[in-house]
Write a protein that binds this ligand. Structure first.
Ligand code: NAD
Ligand code: ZN
Length: 366
């Protein structure tokens, strides 16, 4: 088993990565010295596959779990579902020492984490992420929350879990498209922080796409290490944490304008990262060689790297970028790459330049 520790003073916690961890859930939770009563929050897809094992593991180690199953998909990340969860927690008489297990992808993690952060002014929670994206990104770092009609993640909190268990066996049932989308975040860590990781991804890509457990374990652990390193230095995003948004300004805008469901988040940020690498070549001196390696790796991972936009869509894309939560004082700030493994944040980029880069990546025949 690999263990990564997130250092946040008295809110520090461990991320454990190995196959078979759901069966260890009860034993792992017992070490946290929490109350007996707990609730597993999961979604229909994940619940069908893994809830029984999680439930049994908790029950046989002396816990008294209840199971809350929410619909699969982004729409479950709503205040309405939060309300349903509160009512079920109250019915099951969860108390201050009780805890919540978030068993699922980023949707369940964000939702269950927000419920944990607010129920009785905060009870403990444990993350059991079951998508690649959740294992390398959303389960680590303590951002929890739900969506409003006005936009994604507009209500939330910084609230750290007490433990994260990445059970690699859950990767086996993850749909191919979801797996590849999660891989876009993995590549991101190489670009923003670790040239060696990037080279390893280039080399081991076939094994990783086959989901070979050993290779995957090492990569998931490295990504968690990088994220926890960044979050440990800047928990509430006053500076450095912004580098995790590499490719996301354009990516979020693409998600926004293309209508819900066309692109998965990972697919949109794949296009976003390739475009941002291109911008970085012009503005930061990122070498053509590095920009090419970035584009090629996303391509080889089966992710989209370009988008064709009509002029009206392009206008919408700019408008969406300006509405991004990360914009302050009306200015769009970018994370740009100097070379693979090294980025700088807070860079202003002129609108025309973004437009021309998008044109370029959209029209290239390759
Ligand atoms: N908190 C953060 O820091 C952070 C960071 C990145 C993303 N997010 C959030 O994460 C969410 C996206 O997460 P996601 O990509 O994991 O999506 P998701 O939770 O919707 O999961 C994707 C799909 O896969 C299914 N699934 C999950 N695990 C499975 C498994 N092992 N086998 C088979 N099917 C499985 C789910 O039911 C769902 O249909 C978004 O809401 C996003 O805002 C949060
Ligand atoms: Zn992301």
């Amino acid at each position: 088993m690999r263990t990564v520790s997130v250092q946040l003073g008295n809110r520090s916690y461990a991320i454990k990565i190995a196959p078979g961890l759901i069966d260890q859930l009860g034993r792992e939770c017992a070490r946290l010295k929490l109350g007996a009563r707990c609730a597993i929050i999961t979604d229909t897809n994940v619940g069908r596959r893994f809830a029984k094992a999680a439930f049994n593991s908790l029950a046989t180690t002396g816990f008294s779990p209840s199971l809350i199953v929410v619909p699969a998909g982004e729409t479950a990340k709503s205040l309405k579902t939060v309300q349903t969860c509160y009512d079920l927690l109250a019915a099951h008489r969860l108390e201050r020492k009780s805890f919540i297990v978030a068993l699922g992808g980023g949707v369940v993690g964000d939702l269950a984490g927000f419920v944990a952060a607010t129920y009785l002014r905060g009870i403990a929670f444990v993350q059991v992420p079951t998508t690649l994206l959740a294992q390398v990104d959303s389960s680590v770092g303590g951002k929890v929350g739900v969506n409003l009609k006005a936009g994604k993640n507009l209500v939330g909190a910084f609230y750290q879990p007490r433990l994260v268990l990445c059970d690699l066996d859950t990767m086996r049932t993850l749909p191919e498209r979801e797996f590849r989308a999660g891989f876009a975040e993995v590549i991101k860590y190489g670009i923003i922080y670790d040239a060696r990781l990037f080279a390893q991804l280039e080399r081991d890509l076939p094994k990783l796409l086959r989901r070979e457990p050993q290779t995957l374990a090492a990569v998931v652990a490295r990504c968690c290490e990088i994220k926890s390193d960044v979050v440990g230095q800047d928990e509430t995003e006053n500076g450095l944490r912004a580098i995790l948004n590499f490719g996301h300004t354009i990516g979020h805008a693409i998600e926004n304008i293309s209508g819900y469901g066309k692109f998965l988040h990972g697919e949109a940020i794949s296009i976003g990262q390739v475009a941002t690498a291109k911008l970085s070549s012009g503005l930061m001196g990122l070498s053509g060689d590095d920009a090419g390696r970035i584009r090629d790796l996303f391509k080889r991972a089966g992710l989209p790297t370009q988008i064709k936009l009509k002029p009206a869509q392009r206008q919408k894309l700019f408008a969406a970028m300006r509405l991004d939560k990360k914009v302050s004082g009306g200015e769009i700030k970018f994370v740009l790459a100097k070379r693979i493994g090294r980025v700088v944040w807070g860079q202003r980029v002129a609108g025309e330049l973004i437009g021309s880069v998008l044109d370029e990546i959209g029209n290239r025949k390759s």
